[in-house]
Design a binder for this molecule. Structure first.
Ligand SMILES: Nc1ncnc2c1ncn2[C@@H]1O[C@@H]2COP(=O)(O)O[C@H]2[C@H]1O
Length: 265
């Protein structure tokens, strides 16, 4: 039986009684640098070798666990989703089965190559850097792609955010997990989630309180009202995991985010 494990060790039995879903480990899902509960920013482990995003939550893996990661599917290039990628790659010197494959939209990969792996901020690990094979391979993916990856089927869908961003539907042995990444309310999001349903677990964000609706609209995030309106349109979801709370508003958001199928991570 698979289980869900959160970064702090909470397992599937805390979330649901069925439990027989794809194994997901949420290593981090904060919307920033969280000071209160040590939670890192976005990083979700799908299996022993595969992550979605490489935020500071990645630091929750042991060195040995990090050195087994060979696939990272990125949602977008914002820092809270890639912050740990450069130093994570440095830990791969002399390891087997290189390169690490990092998958993302063309716009995401270009931003990484131009602004991070440019031999100024960090070495260009897509080239040989004192290792026998390059440590990093950038693999372009697109919204609409369906990827068979090990025992998982990943379906990529575009979401509305301030830079090009994709969400991931992850199916495994009859279970279905969706990570919407950073996104704001849109008709397209509701339509895509209904098209992809039924959904066992929907991981979706809520970054700002309603009083900051204007900021949420400008930065393309969700408020509780936006989230509730979205969820009201997608009935076929068993569990909703709410993520990406901005640390400054976390207490305020936790006070208002309640509902029968909702869990705030
Ligand atoms: N117009 C804005 N006003 C205030 N904060 C913003 C604005 N645009 C972006 N941000 C912040 O910058 C952050 C960049 O990463 P995120 O999209 O997770 O969240 C964003 C917001 O916290």
């Amino acid at each position: 039986m698979s289980s869900y494990t959160r970064y702090d060790g909470i397992t599937s039995s805390d979330w649901n009684s069925e439990g027989d879903y794809v194994s997901i480990r949420v290593l981090g899902c904060s919307g920033g640098l969280s000071g209160n509960n040590q939670q890192g920013s976005t990083c979700i482990q799908l299996n022993e070798t595969t992550l979605i995003d490489a935020g500071t939550g990645l630091a929750g893996l042991s060195l040995e666990e990090m050195q087994r990661i060979r696939h990272i599917f990125l949602t977008h290039a914002h820092m809270d989703h890639i912050a740990a990628l450069p130093t994570f790659l440095s830990n791969q010197f002399d390891q087997q089965d290189l390169p690490v494959k990092v998958y993302g939209l063309a716009e995401t990969l270009t931003r990484l190559q131009d602004n991070i792996f440019n031999n100024e901020i960090w070495p260009d690990f897509t080239q040989l850097v004192e290792s026998e094979v390059p440590m990093l391979e950038l693999v372009e993916v697109s919204a609409g792609d369906i990827i068979s990856h090990q025992n998982l089927t990943l379906e990529l869908f575009a979401v509305e955010h301030s830079i090009p961003t994709i969400g991931y539907s992850v199916k495994s042995e009859g279970s279905h997990f969706i990570f919407c990444a950073d996104c704001t309310e849109s008709d397209q999001l509701a339509a895509d989630l209904n098209r992809l349903a039924p959904i066992d677990i929907l991981m979706i964000e809520c970054a700002f309180p309603d009083r900051l609706t204007e900021v949420a609209e400008k930065s393309k995030h969700m408020t509780p009202s936006m989230l509730h309106r979205t969820l009201a349109k997608i009935p076929d979801v068993k569990h909703v995991w709410i993520t990406h709370l901005k640390p400054s508003y976390e207490k305020e958001l936790r006070n208002v985010l309640h509902g029968s199928r909702l869990t705030v991570l």
